[in-house]
Design a binder for this molecule. Structure first.
Ligand code: ATP
Ligand code: MG
Length: 309
């Protein structure tokens, strides 16, 4: 581990000791300097969450936002490799981890602290502690948006984050396959139950971009993610084709949005980034309205009048 500075992970045995670390904040407080936190989730594994997180981050950065990515997939971290940020991270004088920067995006992952050959084994309390350290023990610059790449499903990682970190919304990624859609529907149900705004469903690998003829062919001709999204009352944010070059690009740390912005996938991400930017703006306006007592009172009075009429 020489030269590698791991996150400061104080291991507690009984869970009851009060935290004294200077950067520890009472759970639930907003992250300093970070305006919005957007989770990228899926029910099934391997549907493209990390690909979407990294490319979306680069597309939003290209559209003028200051963006960070937190790789919360402690079991299979992909972000550092995909963004080309798989280097050891330094710490500042206050002991905060300084994020790496790849293609203008600030990024932190456990892959920055743990060598690739080491096994990633996490017991419950360590998951929570490591996540809190990754969110709050990092010297994030002023960010418009922190995208969080989640592991699949609805387990410890998701629940810890929802418990500890104020989240603006969530994007759900699915492939058109019915199996993946069913799990995505469960994800929508969880986030609805927890009152977390679902910005929408992203359909990944909808089509195959044929390298011979350049034509787009549907991978699951009978699948219909848009209808599923309508049924669950969440926006359908569009389809991303499968581009065989995407894998090589991901391995080389150059997301398609950066390496081939004019390709079918690059263009699809530009459209997705615009939709996400608009959804963030809507949430922000709504939060401002909710925070203003006179606007809230006027809003309630309007609905009362409407119900009486
Ligand atoms: N649109 C696409 N075109 C080509 N390859 C893709 C596309 N989307 C994802 N992939 C590839 O599919 C594989 C799985 O994608 P990715 O790692 O993003 O999924 P994931 O949902 O994050 O997986 P996990 O649940 O294991 O974290 C990767 O090899 C990735 O490069
Ligand atoms: Mg992943």
């Amino acid at each position: 581990m020489s030269g590698i500075k791991p996150f400061p992970i104080p291991v507690r045995t009984d869970g009851s000791e009060p935290r004294t670390d200077p950067w520890y904040v009472v759970p639930g407080e907003p992250l300093t300097g970070v305006r919005d936190v957007l989770l990228v989730a899926s029910g099934k594994g391997g549907v493209g969450k990390s690909t979407v997180t990294v490319n979306l981050a680069c597309a939003l950065q290209q559209q003028g936002m200051k963006v960070g990515v937190l790789d919360a997939d402690l079991y299979g971290p992909s972000v550092a490799r995909m963004l080309g940020t798989d280097t050891a991270l330094e710490q500042d004088a206050a002991g905060h981890t300084i994020p790496a920067v790849g293609h203008g995006v600030y990024a932190v992952s456990v892959a920055n602290s743990i060598p690739p050959e080491a096994a990633l084994v996490w017991k419950g309390p360590l998951v929570a502690q490591t996540l809190v350290d990754m969110f709050r023990g990092v010297a994030w610059p002023e960010l418009d948006l922190l995208l969080v790449d989640l592991p699949p499903g609805t387990g410890d990682v998701q629940l810890t984050i929802l418990e500890q970190i104020p989240v603006t919304g969530v994007l759900l990624v699915t492939t058109p396959q019915r199996l993946a859609q069913v799990d995505a529907e469960r994800g929508v149900a969880l986030f609805h139950d927890l009152d977390i705004p679902v910005f929408g469903v992203v359909e990944n690998m909808s089509h195959y971009l044929c390298p011979c003829c350049g034509e787009l062919q549907p991978l699951f001709p009978d699948a219909d993610v848009a209808t599923m999204a309508r049924r669950k009352h969440v926006p359908y944010l569009g389809a991303l084709p499968m581009d065989p070059e995407g894998q090589a690009m991901a391995d080389s740390g150059r997301p398609l949005v950066v390496s081939r912005p004019e390709g079918a996938v690059g263009l699809a991400f530009t459209v997705l980034a615009k939709a996400v930017g608009e959804a963030l703006e809507r949430e922000r306006r709504q939060a401002l309205r909710d925070a203003d007592p006179s606007t809230r009172a006027a809003h309630e009075a309007f609905w009362e009048r409407l119900m009486e009429d």
